[in-house]
Design a protein around this ligand. Structure first.
Ligand code: NDP
Length: 237
């Protein structure tokens, strides 16, 4: 296990799914963890009780709430930006406001949170974005806007890695393939279609993504920066 003892960690969007697995993993490694959530108060409270992590209600779509929450955590060692939403459907009929809300959470929030965190982040800190393999590959119709948001993360991490590298701060995107969560249940109606694109035909487990996140956050991740770390059973290959 990487030594994350005492590290000051903030996970944006940690109440459920992949984010909750990351909160569990970092808490178990001895980090001091806080996480945000928007609506899932019961899940957030129960995860806080289970792990000892601190739950903070802050909607990533609200830039002031987001940046003040990041600032309130002081000198972070690790920022994980996991909060994200998925809107699928025919672009000709999807509600434009719904698309813009997704862009707020999936694109604007990761940028502003990362920059705010970097203002006071400790040297050798880690900024880790949960992107998606759909930033590389969108093999079915209806996902253009979601893919747009995840491709945007690729340009962002490459640029911010250059901006903060002189302080030893690394900036990376983890790109999961289909992962078992409320957003994309392993037994859901899309599962067979998704597995058809994969070499290993099952959903990724949130704990597997949390393990990769902890590796990048740990001392062995010091030279991994400006990169996309794909964990997808070859969905994108
Ligand atoms: P879930 O929908 O299961 O969980 C999303 C989490 O993000 C919840 O904790 C939710 O909190 C939080 N969240 C959502 N919107 C906001 C917001 N506006 N402000 C603060 N928190 C928010 O999703 P997953 O765990 O599946 O996905 C997590 C990330 O992984 C997303 O970025 C997603 O795009 C990405 N991803 C997921 C894949 C999958 O197949 N599941 C594949 C590839 C990438 P609350 O309920 O309180 O709002």
């Amino acid at each position: 296990m990487n030594d994350l003892t005492g590290k000051n960690v903030l996970v944006l969007g940690g109440s459920r799914g992949i984010g909750a697995a990351i909160v569990r993993r970092f808490s178990a490694a001895g980090a001091s963890v806080a996480f945000t959530y928007a609506g899932s108060q019961d899940a957030a409270n129960s995860l806080a009780t289970e792990t000892g992590a601190r739950a903070i209600q802050a909607n990533s779509a609200d830039r002031d709430a987001l940046t003040s929450t990041v600032a309130s955590r002081g000198a972070l060692d690790v920022l994980v930006v996991n909060a994200g939403t998925l809107v699928l459907g025919d672009p000709l009929t999807l509600d434009a406001d719904e698309i813009d809300r997704m862009i707020d959470v999936n694109v604007r929030a990761p940028y502003h949170a990362s920059v705010e965190a970097a203002r006071r982040m400790n040297d050798n800190g880690r900024i880790i974005i949960i992107g998606s393999v759909n930033g590389d590959r969108m093999p079915f119709a209806g996902g253009a806007a979601y893919a747009l948001t995840k491709s945007a993360m690729q340009g962002m991490v490459r640029g911010l890695a250059r901006d903060f590298g002189d302080r030893g701060i690394t900036v990376n995107s983890i790109q999961p393939g289909p992962t078992d969560s409320d957003m994309n249940p392993a037994e859901g109606p899309m599962a067979a279609t998704m597995h058809s694109f994969m070499a290993i035909k099952r959903h990724v487990r949130p704990a597997e993504i949390a393990e990769l996140t902890a590796y990048i956050a740990g001392p062995h991740g010091a030279m991994i920066t400006g990169s996309m770390q794909t964990i997808d059973g070859a969905f994108g290959a």
